[in-house]
Design a protein around this ligand. Structure first.
Ligand code: KG4
Ligand code: ZN
Length: 334
C-alpha cells in the first residue's frame, strides 16, 4: 500500500510517499523558517498563505522524486492537529481534493502520534511497550506507548514546551528563530557548568515547567552582561536536557519499561542525546533517538502513522475530517 503523507500544521510544508508503512519512497520538505525569522516566531496567517503556495508543487516534486505518478496512490494521510488552524486547513483541504480525485481513502493523523512513528521508522526492532518523550516547539509530553495506537500521557509541561524555552532564550540572546539548532551548536564549545541555571521541578513527579528557566535567563543576562555566549547556551541547554532526562528516566522506571523513544525537534539536540543516553544507561535503560530529519517535522512520519491507521480502518476517516488545533494524544490517535 502506497500512502501520500501531508504535513502543514506549523511552519513546515512537507509531503512524503510511504510504501507499506515503513519504506520511505520520497520525502520532501520546505521550511518557512526564514519567512518567520523577522518576526521572531511563526505568524499564522503568513504560514497559511505560504503553505497554499508551496504544497501543490511540493507534492508533484515528491511524486517525481519517487518516480511515481498520481495513479500510484492507495491512500492519503494528512495532519489534522494539533497545530495552527489556518495551516492545518490548507493541508486538509488539499488532501481531500487528492483523495476525492483519485478515489482513494483519506485518514486524519494526529501530529503527536506521528512524531512517535519516527521511532518506528528508525528502530523497527524496538517495538512497544516503551516510554515516548515527545519534545518539540509546541509540546513536551511523556507518553506510555503500550502498543502502536495505545497511548497514555503520564507527564507534560505545565507551561512552555522545551523547544519553546530554547527558542525564547535564543531570542533573548539574539540567535534568531528557530534557535534550538544554534544553541545546540554553540553549546558544544561552552561550559555546561558555567552558569547555575535552575532545574525546575526536577526533584519529583513527571510534570515539567520551563517558563521559570527562561525568566532566570532574562535576569542572568540583565545582571551579568557580557558572559560568553557559548557558556550561556551550554548552561541553559544543560538545564533543559537534565530535566527532560531525569523525568524520562523516572517515567520509564515507574512504568517498568526498558526503552525510551525520544522524538520531536528537540530530540535532534546533540547535548540532549548525550545527557539522556548517559542517564538512561546508569539505570540500565536504553534511550533511542531517530536521525534528526525524522525528529523535526516531516511527512514521512505522517505517512507511516496514517498507514497504521489504515490497517485498522481500511476505509479511512472519509472526506468529513476537520482540523482540530487542540487535538489531544489518546487511544483514538491511531
Ligand atoms: O518537532 P518540531 O520540528 O516542530 C514542532 O512540532 O514544534 O520542533 C521544533 C523545535 C524548535 O523549538 C527548535 O528550536 C527545536 O525543535 N530544535 C532543536 C534542534 N532542532 C530543532 N532544539 C535543539 N537542538 C536541535 N538540533
Ligand atoms: Zn512537530
Amino acid at each position: 500500500m502506497i500512502v501520500l503523507g501531508i504535513e502543514t500544521s506549523c511552519d513546515e510544508t512537507a509531503v512524503a510517499l510511504i510504501r507499506d508503512g515503513d519504506a520511505v519512497l520520497a520525502s520532501k520538505l520546505y521550511s518557512q523558517a526564514e519567512l518567520h525569522a523577522a518576526y521572531g516566531g511563526v505568524v499564522p496567517e503568513v504560514a497559511s498563505r505560504d503553505h497554499l503556495r508551496k504544497l501543490p508543487p511540493l507534492a508533484e516534486e515528491t511524486l517525481a522524486a519517487a518516480g511515481r505518478g498520481w495513479d500510484a496512490l492507495d491512500a492519503v494521510a494528512v495532519t489534522i492537529g494539533p497545530g495552527l488552524i489556518g495551516p492545518l486547513l490548507v493541508g486538509v483541504a488539499y488532501a481531500k481534493g487528492v483523495a476525492l480525485a483519485r478515489g482513494v481513502p483519506l485518514v486524519g493523523v494526529n501530529h503527536l502520534a506521528a512524531h512517535l512513528f519516527a521511532h518506528r521508522l528508525a528502530y523497527p526492532d524496538v517495538p512497544p511497550p516503551f516510554l515516548g518523550l515527545i519534545v518539540s516547539g509546541g509540546h513536551t509530553l511523556l507518553v506510555h506507548v503500550a502498543d502502536w495506537g495505545a497511548y497514555r500521557v503520564v507527564g507534560s509541561t505545565r507551561d512552555d514546551a522545551a523547544g519553546e524555552a530554547l527558542d525564547k532564550f535564543g531570542r533573548l540572546v539574539g540567535l534568531g528563530y528557530p534557535a534550538g539548532p544554534k544553541i545546540d551548536e554553540l553549546a558544544a564549545a561552552g561550559d555546561p557548568g558555567a552558569i547555575p541555571f535552575p532545574r525546575p521541578m526536577i526533584e519529583s513527579g513527571l510534570d515539567m515547567s520551563f517558563s521559570g528557566l527562561k525568566t532566570a535567563a532574562v535576569y542572568r543576562v540583565r545582571d551579568h552582561g557580557n558572559e560568553p555566549l557559548a557558556d550561556l547556551c551550554a548552561s541553559y541547554l544543560q538545564a533543559v536536557a537534565e530535566v527532560l532526562a531525569e523525568k524520562a528516566v523516572r517515567a520509564a522506571q515507574r512504568l517498568e519499561v526498558r526503552d525510551i523513544a525520544v522524538v520531536g525537534g528537540v530530540a535532534a539536540s546533540r547535548r540532549l542525546r548525550e545527557v539522556l543516553t548517559t542517564r538512561a544507561a546508569q539505570r540500565h535503560l536504553d534511550a533511542h533517538f531517530p536521525p534528526p530529519e525524522l525528529c523535526t517535522d516531516n511527512a514521512a512520519v505522517i505517512g507511516a502513522c496514517g498507514h497504521h491507521r489504515l490497517v485498522q480502518h481500511p476505509k479511512g476517516d472519509g472526506l468529513r475530517i476537520t482540523p482540530d488545533p487542540g487535538l489531544a494524544l489518546d487511544t483514538s490517535s491511531g
